[in-house]
Write a protein that binds this ligand. Structure first.
Ligand code: MG
Length: 208
């Protein structure tokens, strides 16, 4: 798990043009930001729980950045130097609630909706990273960092102009095309080249 625990998880929407298109959107003029609560974090091997409120919960495989030092109004070069580690991240999303609510706090914020892998600090060629999602061994998503609309240092710099980024905070950098629903009994994997593989079983919520 991430140590220290993040004060926030800042996520970027529609950062791969093909994914924006699959949901019927254009790439935004500025990075589209939202937050996931730290209470949504789980680690490798822990179950993603499909809540009773949703009929469609999607995987979103992403490259996650762990902030290494405090950043406020950082330039992109400073933001890049402030990257502490990379993680595999799954921005689990209740797609039906995302549409019906009009804003995304509930859709993105359920407990267990932010699986992350152990952080890897010695990623030298982050521009060459590739993210892949597999469900039950079948590939569903594949994207390269170089396909992002907003590059990682620009994203981190932009966010730091809005909210101070603290060491341990996580930035989820967007998901490539191929998002699809998860079902009870699935196993979902997010692999980031050179970072690792994040594996989580999927279970429906039973009782409350
Ligand atoms: Mg996402």
């Amino acid at each position: 798990m991430i140590v220290p625990a993040p004060s926030k998880i800042v996520c970027v929407g529609r950062n791969y043009p093909a994914h924006a298109a699959e949901l019927g959107h254009a790439v935004p003029e500025h990075p589209l930001l939202f937050l996931k609560p730290p209470s949504s974090l789980i680690g490798n091997g822990e179950p993603i729980i499909l809540p009773q409120e949703s009929d469609r919960v999607d995987h979103e495989a992403e490259v996650g950045v762990v902030v290494g030092r405090r950043l406020r109004h950082a330039a992109p070069s400073e933001a890049e130097a402030g990257i502490g580690a990379f993680v595999c991240l799954n921005d689990v999303t209740a797609r039906d609630l995302q549409r019906s609510d009009g804003q995304w706090t509930r859709a993105k914020g359920f407990d267990t909706f932010c699986p992350v892998s152990a952080p890897v600090r010695d990623v030298t060629d982050w521009r060459g990273l590739e993210v892949v999602c597999r469900v039950n061994g079948q590939e569903r998503q594949r994207g390269r960092v170089e396909d992002m609309h907003f590059a990682i240092p620009d994203l981190v710099a932009y966010i730091s102009g809005i909210m101070t980024l603290e060491p341990g905070d996580i930035v989820a950098t967007g998901t490539p095309a191929g998002v699809a629903p998860l079902a009870d009994g699935d196993t979902v994997e997010v692999e980031v080249s050179g970072v690792g593989i994040l594996t989580n079983p999927v279970m429906v919520e039973r009782g409350r």
